[in-house]
Design a protein around this ligand. Structure first.
Ligand code: GDP
Ligand code: MG
Length: 313
């Protein structure tokens, strides 16, 4: 049963098995993850995010092929919040990623969003850690949109690629709103379509507003992922970005930030769990919620009450 030595030894099925345990929140998963930790830190984690339909899965597929050509092994984690069924997302992405899905050097796993306490970002981090310990050189993580959990996942990546496509004006606004700061590389995919220049220009203009002229300047690149056009350039840039992170000391700094985020997220989660298990019974919680809804009690005082009970027990 011991999955850890099997994963370290390159056993694919052990990797899949541990991911299933992680998803189901099994306690033995935590122990295995702890044992894998010393074997992590070698992979280059590349996040690919952007609105639905821009061609992220197609791009991931082509990027994976290009990394393979460069003798890198590849792991892929696809997070699909739009799909209520992990199975559905898995199948869908499998079909689209038919080229790399057949390749033994690639490990692909999709993740639904109906997750246990701890949520999407935590589960994804665990998957990434497993693939890292398993020895994958490159881990591609596909996420949709710009919600909080996606941003959290993006924080896990060393290199974040934001994918846009022509004719999605509103989404560019969404990009403006939050995701601009986290993009290391901007890709305008579907460059075979009308309006590419305009989308490129809009992104470039927004990026020029950034007052920070030192450090990494995110490029805006165009691709036709479907036909494999522009892929080599994106992979070059991703590798350049990693080299930049190493030379500038940003890699080190980022690792500390990520460690802090992850640690605090786990602490928050454990405290919530502890409070809900030991602090209040479900009925008590419901009673408090009722009082908040009836405006008899404010949430701060309710939280004080819950924490007070925890201290008393
Ligand atoms: N015209 C065109 N279509 C593309 C391109 N890349 C992907 N597509 C298509 O766009 C659709 C959505 O692609 P997909 O990769 O699933 O997008 P995702 O939702 O962002 O993962 C699919 O039908 C793809 O075949 C491209 O470069 N040009
Ligand atoms: Mg997709």
């Amino acid at each position: 049963m011991d999955l850890v030595p099997r994963i370290l030894g390159g056993d694919r099925r052990a990797v899949a098995r541990l991911m299933t345990l992680v998803e189901s929140g099994a306690p033995e998963a935590k122990k295995a993850l702890a044992e894998l930790h010393p074997h992590t830190g070698k992979a280059h984690i590349v996040g690919i995010t952007g609105p639905p339909g821009t061609g992220k899965s197609t791009l991931v597929d082509k990027l994976a092929l290009e990394f393979l050509k460069r003798n890198k092994t590849v792991g892929i984690v696809a997070v699909d919040p739009s799909s209520p069924f992990t199975g559905g997302a898995f199948l869908g992405d499998r079909i689209r990623m038919s080229t790399v899905a057949m390749d033994k050097r690639v490990f692909i796993r999709s993740m639904g969003t109906r997750k246990k306490l701890g949520g999407l970002a935590r589960g994804t981090n665990d998957f990434i850690r497993i693939l890292d310990a398993y020895g994958k050189d490159i881990i591609l993580v596909e996420t949709v949109g710009a919600g909080q959990s996606e941003v959290d996942i993006v924080r896990t990546a060393h290199t974040t690629i934001i994918v846009e496509a022509p004719g999605m004006g509103d989404d560019i606004q969404a990009v403006k709103a939050g995701i601009l700061e986290i993009g290391d590389i901007f890709v305008v995919n579907k460059a075979d379509r009308d309006g590419v220049e305009r989308t490129m220009r809009e992104l470039q203009t927004m990026l020029e507003l950034n007052p920070d002229k030192e450090g990494w300047q995110p490029p805006v690149m165009e691709t036709v992922a479907r036909d494999g056009v522009g892929i080599e350039e994106v992979v070059d840039k991703a590798q350049e970005h990693m080299a930049y992170l190493k030379e500038s000391g940003m890699l080190e700094q980022g690792l500390k930030q990520r460690a802090e985020l992850e640690l605090l997220a786990i602490v928050r989660e454990e405290i919530s769990r502890h409070v809900l298990e030991k602090g209040v019974e479900r009925e008590e919680l419901d009673a408090l919620l009722d009082r908040i809804m009836q405006l008899e009690l404010d949430p701060y005082s309710a939280a004080e009450e819950v924490l007070g009970r925890l201290r008393d027990r």
